[in-house]
Design a protein around this ligand. Sequence first.
Ligand code: ADP
Ligand code: MG
Length: 260
Amino acid sequence: MMLEQRIQHACEELGWSRVPEVLYQHAEQASKENISYLEFLDNLLQEELRAKYERIILTRTRFARLPFQKTLEEFDFTFQPSVDERRMRDLATMHFLGHQENVIFLGPPGVGKTHLAVALGLEAIRQRYSVYFTTANELVESLEEAHEKGTIRRKLRQYTKPALLIVDEIGYRKMNNAAAHLFFQLVAERYEKGAMILTSNKSYSEWGDIFGDNVLATAILDRILHHSTTVNIRGESYRIQEKKKAGFLRLDEDGKPMTL
Ligand code: ADP
Ligand code: MG
């Protein structure tokens, strides 16, 4: 076998995809610029490592099923003063994730709850944690379906496995009794084992309505809040603000949006 073929073959066997692509370029450069053998090898290995890291991030990002990709840098903290930037930077260190703590974003529609949850999710992926995003509706529907099919154990494991589970939009729809119990089961399974980010448009005192049962809601909140941080976002919807700026929206005397 020729030397070049042998290298190609070895890279394939090792699962290295980047080195074969850049080998000749590096070899040429090394001879031209008198790069040492060790430095040459180091350059190639670093290329392969970078490519591997990018692949991991890509796979994990796909797996996470985020609804969009937005970062903390894209969040305008001056628009939303009730969100403390330093606190967000602190959360972005993922200390809470390492300690199986929960983060809950509360606030009305459009204030950036999903944006912040996604931004922390992306940062977690960057720090090589596994992340999974779902809405409360989707979650409960898939748990109910699994329950009917007798595969609930497996389904629960799917939701308890990721280091970070994001459950968006708790409270947009009320849950029936069976759904609320399945949700409780999930929360109990993740309790002190894995971190969660939750978002809700309802304050904790209204969670009894969401789950249709105050005792159950208390049991759920008890576990979620035991090790947790709550970020209360007050203020105006960013979406509405943008529309106002663009002149698409006018407000009536009470400051309520008028429909077009
Ligand atoms: P919520 O989940 O609270 O209803 P979203 O996070 O979906 O709100 O925000 C609505 C839209 O406005 C998204 O496109 C989001 O990126 C954007 N947005 C909200 N708040 C801000 C902000 N402070 N800076 C930049 N974009 C924002
Ligand atoms: Mg949202």
